[in-house]
Design a protein around this ligand. Structure first.
Ligand code: SF4
Length: 82
């Protein structure tokens, strides 16, 4: 899992270079949802994900984050239903 950790790539979200190690752990130990887009030209990142995660986990990893407003509305709806 750590074999590409020292590779570096430019992060468009942060505006500077980051090591692969950052990208594979940035969501509380889970890879960034953009990991395929950012690394496919440098590393066999698709194979990396397939070696280390189940298909279900990969689908969750690649899912774009929910907008904060949608999450907030969900929380309000849950609170109303209590
Ligand atoms: S995978 Fe995420 S954290 Fe890593 S470079 Fe791309 S956008 Fe930045």
């Amino acid at each position: 899992m750590e074999k590409f950790d020292r590779e570096e790539g430019y992060c468009r979200m942060l505006g500077h270079y980051v090591p692969f190690n950052y990208c594979r752990t940035m969501k509380d130990g889970v890879p960034c949802h953009r990991i395929l887009d950012c690394w496919f030209e440098k590393l066999p990142v698709k194979e990396y994900l397939q070696e280390n995660y189940t298909d279900e986990e990969i689908a969750q990893i690649l899912e774009p984050p929910r907008p904060k407003l949608a999450s907030l509305i969900d929380l309000i709806e849950k609170a109303k239903n209590r």
